[in-house]
Design a protein around this ligand. Structure first.
Ligand code: HEM
Ligand SMILES: *[C@@H]1O[C@H](CO)[C@@H](O)[C@H](O)[C@H]1NC(C)=O
Ligand SMILES: *[C@@H]1O[C@H](CO)[C@@H](O)[C@H](O)[C@H]1NC(C)=O
Length: 339
């Protein structure tokens, strides 16, 4: 073959293979402002930024292991509402109604003080430079690593919103009792596919859920007065002792009782044994052949889970970022700048 035809076939091969590789693993992604996110964004403007985030997050997780899970979840709840723009971090004030009041976040989302501490350390080092949205993305990565999970390079350069959306937070973040088709649709609206859904749900390998988030499964799943048939009966009985029919809403239970503080693929093994805690976990196995196959795959192959988790986290982190002249770099993550 001539050089030209060889090159031609190489290009055709890459194009043919690329879709099967799933999401792009390239570090730069187009943003909402026509700009791009890339890992080196702060290399000149704030060279120690990543190191500072990591050190504050590590201190917080050393104090309380669960904080790794809580910080990871904040990135998800930020990105699914108007993109990864730190809208989640704004407190109510003036015309802003905080997303912290939404159904998914109220009495549940936590870790805001840790992000405040990161921000204040970064403002001392390089004022007005590192966005709150990037801090959340870095904290989610560092938390995953601290819990024993995979690492990845975080594309950076997101800017912060000047508003929040309570309705977006209520509607766009999946609820634990949503049907699988509804959950799939909510992911699709963010540009995330079935592979991303199953891999990212693997976050439930760490952290806790409140009784109120899964009680329905224990007592009256379909309105016939019976527990969820896809929940292991002895596990259900055990859960009922701490999660009564009424009261105890805020009692907490590990999402992955096998290893609650360790980021691993036990979450997928639990699901196969009908021991997924949330309805949204178990439906991945019981309501679709495609997602079931992925659950089995990740249960069998931890490396594959870690690889895909990293890819899907980058993809989630790229949801509609504000770049260029859009948004701002907040001075405090809880409030928009005043000029
Ligand atoms: C697939 C749809 C999802 C649903 C329905 C869902 C729902 C939930 C619920 C109900 C809880 C317990 C909250 C509480 O009771 O206080 C929870 C916890 C958690 N979620 Fe999800 N989640 C989903 C996807 C994700 C994704 C994509 C991530 C991260 C990438 C994530 C990370 C976490 C973490 C780490 C926790 C534990 C938080 C802590 O201990 O503070 N979840 N999730
Ligand atoms: C899901 O849970 C919410 C809040 O507890 C409840 O209002 C709603 O009726 C539940 N939906 C279904 C389909 O069970
Ligand atoms: C189960 O839920 C249905 C519909 O929400 C309700 O009519 C019924 O009384 C409940 N049964 C029990 C035993 O709580």
């Amino acid at each position: 073959m001539t050089l030209i035809t060889t090159l031609f076939f190489m290009v055709v091969t890459v194009l043919a293979i690329a879709p099967h590789l799933g999401p792009s693993v390239v570090g730069a992604h187009k943003g909402g402002g026509g700009g791009y996110l890339y890992p080196q964004f702060y290399d000149h403007s704030c060279p120690r930024a990543q190191e500072i985030v990591k050190s504050v997050v590590a201190q917080a997780v050393a104090k309380e292991t669960r904080m790794a899970a809580s910080l990871l979840r904040l990135h998800f709840h930020d990105c699914f509402v108007k993109g990864c723009d730190a809208s989640l971090l704004l407190d109510s004030s003036g015309t802003i109604i905080s997303e912290k009041r939404s159904n998914p976040n109220r009495n549940s989302a936590r870790g805001f003080e840790v992000l405040d501490a990161v921000k204040s350390a970064l403002e001392k080092e390089c004022p007005g430079t590192v966005s709150c949205a990037d801090i959340i993305a870095l904290a989610a990565r560092d938390s995953t690593v601290l819990a024993g999970g995979p690492s990845w390079e975080v594309p950076l350069g997101r800017r912060d919103s000047r508003g929040a959306s309570l309705s977006g937070s209520n509607n766009d973040i999946p609820a634990p009792n949503n049907t699988l088709p509804t959950i799939i649709t909510k992911f699709k609206l963010q540009g995330l596919d079935l592979v991303d859904l199953v891999a990212l749900s693997g976050s439930h390998t760490i952290g806790f859920s409140r009784c109120t988030s899964f009680r329905q499964r224990l007592y009256n799943q379909t309105g016939n007065g019976l527990p969820d048939s896809t929940l292991d009966p002895s596990y259900a009985a055990q859960l009922r002792t701490g999660c009564p029919r009424s009261g105890g809403d805020q009692n907490i239970f590990p999402l992955d009782p096998a290893s609650p503080a360790h980021f691993d693929n036990n979450y997928f093994k639990n699901i196969i044994y009908s021991k997924g805690l949330l309805n949204s976990d178990e439906v991945l196995f019981s309501k679709s052949l495609k997602t079931m196959e992925l659950v089995k795959l990740y249960a069998q192959n931890n490396d594959l889970f870690f690889q895909q988790f990293a890819i899907s986290m980058v993809k989630m982190g790229n949801i509609s970022p504000l770049t260029g002249e859009k948004g701002e770099i907040r001075k405090h993550c809880r409030k928009i700048n005043t000029y």
